[in-house]
Design a protein around this ligand. Structure first.
Ligand code: FRU
Length: 490
C-alpha cells in the first residue's frame, strides 16, 4: 500500500493546481492532510509526519505522510511512512507521536478499524500501535501490535474514542498520554507507562474536562516549561452551539505518582479560524516548538471545491515560552534568514487610510501602532478592488478582530479577542503565505490563524487609523524559499 500511494503521488502531482499553494509551510504533495504527527528532531533533521490522504483532497484512507527539514522553513517530502494495511489499522493510521530509543525512531500511532457487527452495524475500535525505523525513512510495524488493544482500555473510558498517543520519557520510564472521554460527553486523558516502549501498563486518568471543554479530547500533548507543567488538548464540540473544535492549553501541576494534573484555567492556543490538533517537540537547541493543523473540520476550502487536488497545511513552527502563567508563541527565528526586500516605515502619524508602496502574497510584516487618541487602528492585507483581509483594534472595547468578510472566495467571518495594549501600543506580526495568514499579537500573547482565498492580484497592503495614531515602525519582508524536493523513490 505504501508503494501504491507513493506511485499515485508521483503520477498525479502534476495535477495539483499551484494557485493557492503555500511557499513556506508544509503541505502534502497531493491530496489532503490533517494533524501533525510524530514531530521530532532525529539524526540532524526535523521530521514532521502528518495525517494524509494521498489520493484525494478530502479526509479518508488515512496514511502517515512524512517530510524533513533542516531549517523548519523548507520541507522536503519523503516516502509515505505508514499505510493502513493491517487488520488493526485497516481503516486509518490515525494520529500519534514519535520518540527516539537506542538510535531508532519509534512511531506510536492509533490503529483505527471498523468491525462489522451485522449487515447494518459496524463498531469502531481504536488501539495503540508501534512502527520502528533504523534510518528514519522506512518503518516496519511491530509484530506485537497492537501494544494497547481494545480489551485493555479501562472500564471508565470510552472504547471507541481512544487515540492520539503522545509519548515522552520521564526518568527511566516511557509515558504515554491518550485522548478519550468518559462515555458521558466529557473529555479525559489516560496515562500509561512502559520500560521498553512495547509493553504498557495503565496508570489512571490523568486529567478530565468539564462542560466547557468539549465532549471528547484528542491529540493530547504534555511538556514541562520553566518548572511548570503544560497540557494541551484538542476538544471536540467545544462550543455546543457551533459544534466546533478547538485546541486549549492548561498551565498547572502534574503529579506523576498520583496521576493527577491540577490547573485552574484553560486558554485557546490560537484564536483564529483554522488551527487544530497541535503537537510540540523539544529540539536540540532546547526550544519547545509547536505546529498545528491549519485548516478546520468545519469548512470546505476552494482548493477542495474547485478541484485543486490538495487541502490542508501545517502552521509555521512556533516557539513556545511561558510568561507570567500564560504561553506566548513566536515564529521560529529561522524565518529571519529568508527575509528579502525590506520595506520600512518609521514614525509616521496617520489619521486615515494609506496604501503602502509595497505589496505581495508571501511575506512577513511587523507593525507597532501607538494608539494615541484613535478609536480604531488596523492593517489590511491582500487588498484588491473589493477584497481585503482586515486586522483591526478598537480602543473603546479593546477588541482585536481578524476579519475575512471581504477576503475573497472561501469561508468568511470574523474572529475577535479582547486584548490589553502594551503602553498604549498594539504590536502585530503577520506571516502571509498565499492562502494563509498567521497573526501574532502583542509579542505572541495571542495568535490567530486563518485561511483566505483572494484573487491573485489582490496583493495590496493598507494601514488605517480612525482619529490620530502613530506608526512607530512598520517592516515588511518578502519570504523567499526554494521549491520542495520530492524524495519518493521511483
Ligand atoms: C484530530 C483527529 C484525531 C485523529 C485524526 C484522524 O483532528 O480527529 O483525533 O487521530 O484526526 O485523522
Amino acid at each position: 500500500m505504501i508503494y501504491k500511494a507513493n506511485k499515485f503521488i508521483l503520477d498525479n502531482k502534476h495535477k495539483v493546481n499551484p494557485r493557492f499553494r503555500l511557499n513556506f509551510h508544509l503541505m502534502g504533495e497531493y491530496g489532503w492532510i490533517n494533524d501533525p504527527n510524530g514531530l521530532i528532531e532525529y539524526n540532524g533533521y526535523y521530521h514532521a509526519f502528518f495525517q494524509y490522504n494521498p489520493y484525494d483532497s478530502v479526509w479518508g484512507n488515512i496514511h502517515w505522510g512524512h517530510a524533513v527539514s533542516k531549517d523548519l522553513v523548507n520541507w522536503d517530502h519523503l516516502p509515505i511512512a505508514l499505510a493502513p494495511d493491517l487488520p488493526y489499522d485497516k481503516d486509518g493510521c490515525f494520529s500519534g507521536s514519535a520518540i527516539e530509543k537506542d538510535g531508532k525512531l519509534y512511531l506510536v500511532y492509533t490503529g483505527n478499524s471498523f468491525i462489522e457487527i451485522n449487515k447494518e452495524q459496524k463498531k469502531r475500535t481504536q488501539c495503540i500501535c508501534i512502527a520502528i525505523s533504523d534510518d528514519g525513512i522506512n518503518f516496519h510495524k511491530y509484530n506485537g501490535n497492537p501494544v494497547i488493544s481494545t480489551e485493555h482500555i479501562p472500564a471508565e473510558s470510552s472504547k471507541t474514542d481512544f487515540r492520539d498517543p503522545k509519548v515522552f520519557k520521564r526518568r527511566d520510564k516511557y509515558c504515554m498520554i491518550i485522548g478519550s472521554n468518559d462515555g458521558h460527553n466529557q473529555g479525559q486523558l489516560l496515562l500509561y507507562e512502559s520500560t521498553d516502549m512495547l509493553s504498557w501498563h495503565y496508570k489512571g486518568i490523568m486529567a478530565k474536562g468539564d462542560e466547557f471543554t468539549g465532549d471528547n479530547w484528542e491529540c493530547p500533548d504534555y511538556f514541562e516549561l520553566d518548572g511548570r507543567d503544560i497540557l494541551i488538548v484538542s476538544c471536540e464540540n467545544k462550543d455546543e452551539s457551533q459544534k466546533n473544535t478547538s485546541a486549549i492549553y492548561m498551565v498547572g501541576k502534574f503529579d506523576y505518582e498520583k496521576c493527577t494534573f491540577e490547573s485552574n484555567e484553560s486558554h485557546l492556543v490560537d484564536y483564529g479560524f483554522d488551527f487544530y490538533a497541535p503537537q510540540t517537540f523539544l529540539d536540540s537547541k532546547n526550544r519547545r516548538i509547536i505546529m498545528g493543523w491549519m485548516h478546520s473540520w468545519e469548512t470546505l476550502t476552494p482548493t477542495q471545491s474547485e478541484g485543486h487536488n490538495w487541502a490542508g497545511a501545517l502552521t509555521f513552527p512556533r516557539e513556545v515560552k511561558l510568561e507570567s502563567n500564560s504561553l506566548v508563541f513566536k515564529p521560529v527565528d529561522e524565518i529571519i534568514n529568508f527575509r528579502q526586500n525590506e520595506y520600512v516605515i518609521e514614525n509616521m502619524l496617520i489619521d486615515r487610510e494609506y496604501c503602502l508602496a509595497t505589496n505581495g502574497d508571501c511575506y512577513e510584516l511587523e507593525v507597532v501602532f501607538d494608539i494615541g487618541k484613535a478609536t480604531e487602528v488596523g492593517i489590511k492585507l491582500r487588498t484588491g478592488e473589493i477584497e481585503e483581509t482586515k486586522l483591526s483594534y478598537t480602543a473603546i472595547d479593546n477588541i482585536f478582530c481578524f476579519s475575512r468578510r471581504k477576503s475573497g472566495a472561501g469561508p468568511g467571518g470574523e474572529k475577535i479577542i479582547k486584548i490589553q495594549p502594551i503602553n498604549n501600543q498594539i504590536h502585530i506580526r503577520a506571516l502571509v503565505d498565499k492562502c494563509s495568514v498567521e497573526v501574532f499579537i502583542n509579542n505572541g500573547k495571542y495568535v490567530m490563524s486563518g485561511l483566505i482565498f483572494p484573487k491573485e492580484d489582490s496583493t495590496g497592503i493598507k494601514v488605517y487609523s480612525k482619529g490620530e495614531s502613530f506608526i512607530k515602525h512598520l517592516k515588511k519582508w518578502d519570504i523567499i524559499t526554494k521549491n520542495p524536493i520530492s524524495m519518493i523513490p521511483i
